[in-house]
Design a protein. Structure first.
Length: 102
């Protein structure tokens, strides 16, 4: 019998939905201008129905459009690639509501 005991940090804890390790379905989305349809933001979420308040969408004249579904990691990469593609054709400017390239 061993005199050693081991405790694994985080053992038994659930993976948070915002973690890239989550197995819950995730969605890649755009926020688009309600009138012109211009892209305002690329994003990723595991909870699209609660991602933005009605007030936020109204204040930004935006609507959410789900574009793609996959794992959180895949959607994180999709979002990053979409922002880089957008910047490539828009003089290195991000969509107006994206604060970073991720």
């Amino acid at each position: 019998m061993s005199d050693y005991s081991f405790t694994f940090k985080g053992a038994g804890k659930a993976v948070h939905n915002n973690s890239l390790k989550t197995t819950n379905p995730a969605f890649g989305y755009t926020l688009r201008d309600r009138n012109a349809g211009n892209i305002l933001k690329y994003g990723e979420t595991t909870n699209s129905s609660h991602r933005y308040t009605k007030k936020y969408l109204q204040n930004n004249n935006a609507e959410m459009q789900i574009e793609i579904q996959g794992t959180k990691r895949e959607m994180h990469q999709w979002q990053h690639e979409q922002i880089l593609d957008y910047k490539n054709i828009n003089n290195e400017l991000r969509p107006p509501l994206n604060k970073s390239d991720y």
